[in-house]
Design a protein. Structure first.
Lengths: 306, 526
């Protein structure tokens, strides 16, 4: 069952199209990292899902309900933490939790106490007196204590130092382990979320460039090195290249590229079809490396289009 | 309901201290105004001038402060959970817009209507409480609620307190212009029948207020702020269009000749024209009108049209209406008092017709034309001229003359004896505008009065039965009179007397022939 489904979701601000025709499905229990450079449309997408913005075209269903019709019942099962979200800063942490509690029938006081202790939040301090990291933790706590079915985190790590970020991630991981929760977390840096995500979606200029599990993604991306004997540099460079081979480089008799549809036999066959004496080695890539390749590719495509 | 109350309690906690400070200001203002009002009554009138003026100013400043702080607090209440933008905390919580709106309205009513009302009632407990007090309370609650509602709407449609206050000011200005525009920009002001003005303002105000309510509901339901603003703007536009379509001028179907209570002709004496002193009043004309208008009543000039003629045959068409001090003068005359024992002149604002090359000249001229006079009477005036002390206004406007201010402009300082809050729970002292009764006399042999249709809820009948919210039509000449609370009181002097409560003058028309006038304007002298 999909917790989130979008169909051709589009949002324009004047002439600028922030999100274009986004069709996406997030299965229940998955942790989706929504990636993209600044301005790629991540926050807009999440705001569309949360009915904070109205779509210009297309639709989204969240927890089986049209996002435009999300009501008290649905929001009682959704946790939303965003860097830009306003907080009642005049309240203390305890007052915030006291205020939130009656709205959620599933509020778990034991979990609240556990998280309060684990996050080391000063309960009697006003939110306005908390550091940025503490404030985000308080927001997370007030969004986790009722065990939401869906947790949406919009750039929760930006501006947090490494230690706080690690604690934050640890908190989400621990809570995620407690139940069948679905998490959508947006970030402009995959390093921040690669520990969390089992699924990755990438936005490029408001369009969905990628949407698959991290396992499948890492399986199909390889950095390939081909040692070519018996051919001149001109012959090597003059070959046509498959579109799935990105960031192609030639250095002497070495050819390097990123294979985006890696299957050992097929990739080797493709190389030998071009260079009969080729020796092929393939290295696995981290999510960060894959993300960087795609980001550079997207930028290049935009420059060409421009 | 429990969750709504949960939100209300949160807002009460949030605003507790600022609101307590505001209530203290309300209490101090109301109490102080009341105290000095009573004290002032016992002072010698001649010595009290500057003191009374100071009291008036301080009272006005206090009322303004209460007013401004109340607006800011209402804004803070709404903006605590703002509905604009996409970053509001409540927007991703299990709180519907409807629930939040109910909570905000309840809190606003509790803090800014009911609480000051209770306080003011407590302060006025020493006075007599009767039907007038009840009406006063209702009126106070109505206006305070309207102002608070405006604050709630503007808070809902803006993102910050500064924007909210700015939007409130702009809406108020636009609303005033749309509703009163014709009267404001029309000159001379006397050409606008005050009765018409009140009715028109009331009708024209319906659109903008209805639009505000609609925009508020829409905003909390959909958070589509631009559409909500469009509704607000449409309301103002409707008022403006309504105003444009409203007949500009209305006079009674049958205007009777100006006669005194002894059936004698009213005398009119034109005094001098003076140097133009105000940029918006080219010339001021003073009139003195003689003749006994009856107990507690006075004849007052409303408007006039005609021409000035000089001995050498030059003629200049002129029109004039009520001048800037007219309201004060009416108040003084009706109250039966005179500042310093001298005559009270009627200030009339005068203008030339818009004919190029026409100028007033110095010297003696004569005026011929038509004057429309009104017989003014205090609404709930006791028989006989009113003296210093208690005068009575209608309903909420029970007033007490405290004394005279001996400043440049003669003025009355009056104390409102209101039981309920006007705005922010405080009555205010200052010049009062007189409330009048209006009688529309329709000659039975030339006109009949019949109800055409009812415009809203209410009963309709003729000859002794109250007609409410209806349109009346008279014949000879055919005129439609829109109004509310119209009562046919019966027959008097062979005429059908229709009492139109919203109107405020009994009109008499007088054709003036060759009244002498000495022109001393600098402009004329040149």
């Amino acid at each position: 069952m999909n917790i989130i489904e979008t169909q051709g979701l589009t949002r324009r601000f004047g002439k600028m199209e922030a999100v274009h025709g986004l069709t996406l499905a997030v299965p229940q229990g998955s942790v989706l990292a929504l990636l993209g450079a600044n301005g790629a449309g991540k926050t807009t997408t999440l705001k569309l899902l949360m009915n904070l913005l109205a779509p210009t075209a297309g639709s989204a269903r969240v927890l089986g309900v049209d996002s435009r019709k999300l009501g008290e019942k649905e929001f009682a099962q959704i946790g939303y933490v965003s860097e830009g979200q306003e907080q009642p800063r005049w309240m203390t942490v305890r007052q915030l939790l006291d205020y939130c509690r009656p709205f959620y029938p599933t509020w778990d006081r034991a979990l609240e106490a556990t998280l309060l202790r684990r996050f080391e939040l000063p309960a009697d301090r006003k939110l306005q007196d908390l550091s940025r990291g503490m404030l985000m933790k308080a927001a997370l706590l007030s969004s986790l204590a009722y065990r939401p079915k869906l947790l949406v985190l919009d750039e929760p790590f930006s501006g947090l130092d490494a230690l706080v970020r690690d604690e934050f991630i640890q908190g989400v991981l621990e809570v995620s382990a407690l139940g069948e929760w679905t998490v959508v977390v947006s970030s402009h840096d995959i390093e921040e979320v690669e520990r969390l995500a089992d699924r990755v979606a990438m936005l490029e200029g408001g369009r969905l460039a990628l949407d698959e599990t991290t396992e499948a993604l890492q399986a199909r991306f390889r950095r390939v090195e081909v040692s070519v004997d018996g051919e001149t540099a001109a012959e090597i460079g003059g070959k046509t290249w498959p579109v799935a081979w990105l960031e192609r480089e030639t250095a002497g008799r070495m050819v390097r590229f990123v294979e985006t549809r890696f299957e050992r036999e097929k990739t080797e066959a493709a190389c030998r079809g071009r260079w009969p004496a080729a020796r092929v080695t393939a290295q696995a890539m981290t999510l960060r490396e894959i993300f960087m390749v795609l980001a550079r590719q997207g930028r290049k495509a935009r420059e060409v289009a421009a | 309901m429990s969750l709504t109350w949960h939100i209300v309690r949160k807002d009460l906690r949030r605003l507790a201290w600022p609101w307590a400070g505001w209530m203290a200001l309300v209490a101090v203002s109301a109490g102080w105004i009341r105290l000095v009002g009573w004290d002032g009554a016992n002072r010698e009138i001649t010595a009290a001038g500057r003191w009374i003026e100071t009291v008036g100013w301080v009272a006005q400043i206090a009322v303004f402060a209460v007013f401004a702080l109340q607006t800011a607090l209402v804004g803070a209440l709404v903006l605590e959970d703002r509905t604009t933008g996409s970053d509001g905390w409540w927007m991703t919580r299990p709180v519907t817009g409807g629930r939040l709106l109910v909570a905000k309205l309840f809190t606003a009513a509790l803090l800014f209507v009911m609480a000051p009302l209770a306080l003011t009632l407590g302060l006025s407990a020493v006075g007599d409480v009767g039907a007038a007090t009840a009406r006063s309370v209702a009126l106070g609650v109505f206006w305070t609620s309207a102002w608070v509602l405006l604050g709630v709407v503007m808070g809902a449609l803006t993102a910050q307190l500064g924007q909210m206050i700015f939007a409130t000011a702009v809406w108020t200005a636009l609303m005033g212009t749309a509703v009163l525009g014709t009267a404001v920009f029309r000159w001379p002001p006397g050409a606008m029948d005050p009765a018409q003005l009140q009715a028109r303002v009331e009708f024209a105000s319906v659109g903008p207020w209805a639009a505000l309510v609609a925009a508020l509901g829409w905003q909390y339901r959909t958070r589509r702020t631009r559409a909500a603003w469009a509704m607000v703007a449409a309301g103002i536009a409707v008022a403006s269009v309504f105003n444009g379509a409203w007949p500009e001028r209305w006079l009674p179907a049958a205007v009777k000749p100006a006669l005194t209570s002894a059936e004698q002709a009213v005398t009119v004496e034109l005094k001098t024209l003076v140097t133009p002193a105000q940029r918006n009043v080219p010339h001021a004309l003073f009139l003195e009108i003689g003749g006994d208008a009856g107990p507690g009543a006075v004849f007052a000039p409303m408007e006039g049209k005609g021409e000035l003629r000089w001995a050498d045959g030059v003629r200049v068409p002129v029109s004039f209406g009520r001048g800037g001090l007219w309201g004060d003068q009416a108040a003084m005359r009706v109250a039966g008092a005179r500042p310093g024992g001298g005559p009270v002149r009627w200030d009339m604002a005068m203008r030339l017709r818009d004919v190029p090359g026409e100028r007033l000249r110095a010297g003696t001229a004569t005026f011929s034309g038509t004057l429309v006079l009104a017989r003014l009477r205090a609404t709930v005036a006791a028989a006989g001229p009113l003296r210093d002390g208690w005068t009575a206004g209608e309903g909420a406007w029970a007033m007490r003359v405290v004394g005279w201010a001996s400043s440049r402009e003669p003025a009355l300082l009056v104390e409102e004896k209101t039981a309920g809050p006007m705005i922010g729970g405080v009555g205010f002292a200052g010049r009062f505008s007189l409330a009048f009764e209006t009688y529309l006399l329709v000659q039975p042999d030339r006109a009949i009065v019949k109800a055409l249709h009812i415009r809203g809820l209410g009963a309709a009948a003729v000859n002794g039965v109250t007609l409410r919210l209806l349109a009346l039509e008279t014949t000879a000449p055919m005129r439609v009179i829109d109004g509310r609370r119209v009562e046919v009181e019966g027959w008097r002097d062979g005429a059908t007397l229709v009492r139109v409560r919203f109107a405020d003058a009994e009109y008499f028309e007088r054709t003036v022939t060759d009244l002498p006038l000495t022109l001393t304007t600098e402009e004329a002298a040149r």
